[in-house]
Write a protein that binds this ligand. Structure first.
Ligand code: NAG
Ligand code: NAG
Ligand code: NAG
Ligand code: NAG
Ligand code: NAG
Ligand code: NAG
Ligand code: NAG
Ligand code: NAG
Length: 792
């Protein structure tokens, strides 16, 4: 039993994992009661003990091998030599990401390990899931101007992508005109199935594959179906790598749609690929090994379009490994997840991560559906064929047996659907594992002539375009409700017209699927942090994987369109690399601060960014988009930044009342929480404000402290501008910050006082605090929530 961490994408052909937290809790419980079967653990060891032994043995791997040997002896002794268990298997010796190793152990061996000196904790391995022609322009990046102006473009920024591998021959990864690989680079190009060291070049400068965890818990990778090498058999990793840093490729499109220059956000960056995701997902032990290696190879930015369930960081090896990467100066971007629009659904919510939501662009792949009663609706599709005639519509009981409304495999009756347009619900937990194109396949196999794919109310007006294999289109919830009504009239008909690519739609708008805050683990920072394009993103694709991901689909493409926070995350990784190339000395927190404080909250019509999860008519709030939509040009010159040191993060964890044992798990050096000051989580120097009030108490108030660093104009006077959340008064002291030179730091305090008597648990109100000077507006959102004390 393993917890699934999925790729955060809405395919076009891959599984859509919608994991409820309840299910995860249940699965976690099941894991702990698992049988005597061997299981992989990520084991934390005491750094001090290891350092002492390291000097004796040379390196920690040797010591871990000794540990393995010793527990073999111990456990055989205890069993009285009766039962022969295979010896424990050391999978990884981690260098820095975690102080410890990954090993496959029996329950007995784990018990013995508990007695080994220096043992701290063992976390069962788990499986995480992998939850752009147009996006650069939409983000305000234009060739030869601003940030994309050649002198800004250094080629020595390295983006590490931990994903399902890469298709190295793709034109997006050619190295024409690239200067030699930076000499500081320590990575390698590992050989393996259909992958040789010559597959790397001056663009793709490193490639490695990590599958010890995967193979120890699943079968050996079947080399006719997947590659025991960095080569990508799924397409996800190729897609995300090209979003972050793919070359500029003219004339890229999918079936002629979305045609234009395809380009990564930081197209001159080098790419290093760390494959840790395979057909069934990504094991945490492999992901941690990948982070470990990437940091020691010398990447500047890490992009991980994957994630698992939220839980305290001390029991989350990927969160710990990320903290240590950030400590080494590597900016780390993660997706918010695809489990929106419910509250508390955001994944990857540690404050040192850049947590990215997904929103739409002004581009759409539009369709028109005409009903027999004259009603007209707009939808989205990547179907490349002809429009349909006016045909009879069938749905649910007029299409087949139980389950027919979801068009699950085997539910449609060919007699009923032949030559007709089948109406299918997109569904939430649809067992159709092949996503929406898979429903199209079911309809086509049953003889249907077309498909209307209806959103639920929760999916709202978001329109995911799929590369269907028959005439088919997605439709929003309001169209869906009208069509269901119309269907009851009998003899309902419809026709579908495919209009191709359209631009100029109101955008951005937050996708319904994008996971929402507040964070489940602790609500003291607003998560997600920001939003970036993640709906219908065109990027590189392996020629061996069909665009729909269906085996029956024989089409081969070089670019494909996918949706998900998996796609928005590499946009931010690429932009972080851009900032790194302009500001070499900026810490990961400074880069994130710049991205957040310059993000915008209005769409291209100067109206508030909307939330597609709520029938497209409500404004999105900071729990949907964090500080707003990224603006790379502005982020390059933010005026002020909120910086955070490694010690600040550790103090933050102290303020969450971590025990000394828990602190030892997360920090590389021994760290004692200060006891002389009152630490509060709200004092972390975060570029946004999350205030948690007790819903049982009257007259709530809180005071937070912040420090800003001047990176704009030497002599500058910033004045505060506050938009108070409804019913909360906000006081800032001082309300003017006078800087005399660059890199000067000034502090201020902000007090939040609830004016209304009390508010029910779960309520949230929003506002903002901005420091304004000349062309700079350094904006931080404020989110005030009321919770019952036991909830936080
Ligand atoms: C991998 O290599 C084998 C042997 O050279 C070849 O038969 C196969 O077609 C290759 N697969 C891909 C996807 O390139
Ligand atoms: C590997 O996959 C191929 C193709 O699906 C299958 O025929 C073969 O039996 C598999 N091999 C193993 C060892 O499972
Ligand atoms: C589908 O048909 C069944 C049986 O007639 C009915 O009970 C059910 O409510 C219908 N579902 C929808 C979504 O219309
Ligand atoms: C549907 O069409 C059939 C055949 O054209 C006709 O007999 C029937 O009355 C129609 N039903 C409705 C509800 O219009
Ligand atoms: C959308 O939501 C608003 C407010 O929740 C509601 O007033 C409106 O009727 C809804 N519109 C549709 C088309 O469902
Ligand atoms: C704070 O810690 C120091 C040692 O680190 C200890 O001597 C002192 O008693 C502690 N103070 C309190 C109030 O716990
Ligand atoms: C304030 O909280 C109390 C206790 O939770 C509750 O009984 C009361 O109705 C609340 N008042 C308001 C105005 O929400
Ligand atoms: C809350 O504040 C109001 C107005 O400031 C005051 O009248 C009231 O006594 C306060 N209540 C408590 C319990 O402190």
């Amino acid at each position: 039993m393993f917890i699934l961490i999925s790729f955060f994408l809405f395919p076009a052909g891959t599984m859509v994992y919608r994991i409820s937290l309840l299910l995860l809790v249940f699965m976690a419980a099941a894991t702990s009661t698992a049988s005597a079967d061997k299981q992989t653990y990520i084991v934390h060891m005491d750094k001090a003990k290891i350092t002492a032994l390291d000097s004796m043995l040379g390196d920690s791997r040797k010591w871990y091998e000794e540990v393995m040997d010793s527990i073999t002896e111990l456990s055989t002794e205890e069993e009285g030599g009766e039962e022969e268990t295979s010896p424990p298997q050391l999978l990884y010796a981690y260098e820095t990401a975690i102080t410890g190793f990954a090993a496959k152990l029996s329950t007995k061996q784990l018990e013995s390990l508990n007695k080994v000196e220096g043992f701290m904790s063992a976390v069962p391995d788990e499986i995480l899931s992998l939850h752009t022609t147009h996006s650069p322009q939409f983000l305000g990046l234009h060739p030869w101007r601003g940030l994309w102006f050649a002198p800004h473009f250094t080629t020595d920024v390295i983006i590490g992508v931990i994903d399902s591998g890469i298709w190295p021959e793709h034109v997006s990864f050619h190295d024409w005109g690239m200067p030699p690989v930076p000499s500081r680079w320590k990575g390698v190009c590992e050989e393996g199935t259909n992958f040789t060291s010559s597959n790397c070049n001056k663009k793709l400068i490193g490639a490695r594959a990590f599958f010890e965890g995967y193979e120890s818990q699943r079968a050996k990778i079947n080399e006719t179906e997947d590659f025991r090498s960095p080569r990508d058999s799924q397409g996800h990793g190729t897609h995300t790598a090209s979003i972050a840093a793919g070359n500029v490729v003219p004339g890229a499109s999918l079936f002629g749609m979305g045609k234009g220059f395809a380009s990564g956000m930081m197209y001159t960056s080098r790419i290093a690929v760390y494959k840790a995701c395979y057909e069934l997902g990504c094991f945490a032990s492999d992901v941690v090994a990948a982070i470990d290696q990437a940091v020691s190879d010398g990447v500047d930015v890490l992009s991980l379009s994957l994630g698992g369930p939220s839980r305290p960081y001390y029991s989350d090896p990927v969160a710990i490994a990320s903290l240590r990467a950030v400590q080494k100066g590597v900016a780390v971007a993660f997706p918010a997840g695809n489990t929106g629009p419910s509250d508390l659904s955001v994944f990857n919510s540690a404050p040192w991560m850049m947590t990215v939501a997904a929103s739409s662009m002004d581009r759409s792949f539009s369709t028109i559906v005409k009903l027999g009663n004259g009603e007209i609706f707009h939808g989205a599709s990547l179907y490349s064929g002809k429009s349909t005639q006016q045909l009879l519509l069938v749905y649910n009981e007029t299409a087949g047996e139980e389950g027919a409304q979801l068009c699950n495999g085997g539910t449609l009756s060919p007699d009923l659907v032949k030559g007709k347009i089948v109406v299918c619900d997109r569904g939430i937990d649809s067992p159709v594992e092949r996503g929406n194109a898979g429903k199209g396949e079911v309809v086509k196999m049953a003889g249907g002539a077309g498909m209307l794919l209806l959103n639920t109310d929760r999916q709202g007006e978001e329109l995911i375009a799929d590369p269907h294999i028959l005439p088919a289109t997605s439709l929003g919830a309001s169209a869906a409700n009208s069509i269901r009504k119309y269907l009851t009239s009998g003899n309902a008909t419809a026709s579908i017209f495919f209009k191709g690519t359209a631009y100029g739609n109101p955008a951005p708008a937050v996708a319904a699927f994008s996971s929402r805050g507040p964070a489940f683990v602790e609500a003291y920072v607003i998560k997600p942090d920001m939003t970036a394009p993640g709906v219908n993103i065109l990027a590189a694709w392996p020629p061996t994987v069909s665009p729909s991901g269906l085996k029956s689909d024989k089409r081969s493409v070089t670019f494909n369109v996918l949706s998900g926070t998996s796609m928005s995350c590499p946009h931010v990784s690429g932009i972080a690399a851009l900032l790194k190339s302009v500001h070499k000395d900026w810490s990961p927190a400074a880069i994130k601060s710049a991205l957040m404080t310059t993000a915008y909250t209005q769409n291209n019509n100067w109206a508030p960014i909307l939330d597609l999860g709520f029938n497209g008519s409500e404004s999105a709030n900071p729990f949907a988009y964090g500080s707003g939509h990224v603006d790379p040009m502005k982020a390059a010159n933010p005026g002020l930044i909120y910086d955070i040191t490694h010690e600040d993060y550790l103090n933050y964890l102290c303020s969450l009342k971590y025990t000394p044992e828990q602190m030892a798990l997360v920090s590389t050096e021994s760290f004692t929480c200060p006891n002389d000051t009152v630490l509060q989580p709200g004092d972390l120097n975060y570029p946004s404000f999350a205030v948690v009030f007790n819903s049982d108490v009257l007259n709530n108030s809180a005071t937070y402290r912040r420090t800003v660093t001047n990176v704009g104009f030497p002599c500058s006077t910033y004045v505060v501008r506050v938009q108070e959340p409804e019913g909360v008064s906000v006081r800032v002291e001082p309300n003017v910050l006078k800087f005399r030179h660059l890199n000067e730091k000034l502090s201020y305090r902000v007090s939040f006082v609830a004016e209304r008597e009390n508010s029910s648990s779960g309520n949230a109100v929003f506002g903002s605090l901005s420091w304004v000077f000349w062309k700079y507006t350094v904006r931080s959102p404020i989110a005030v929530t009321w919770q019952q004390p036991e909830d936080y």
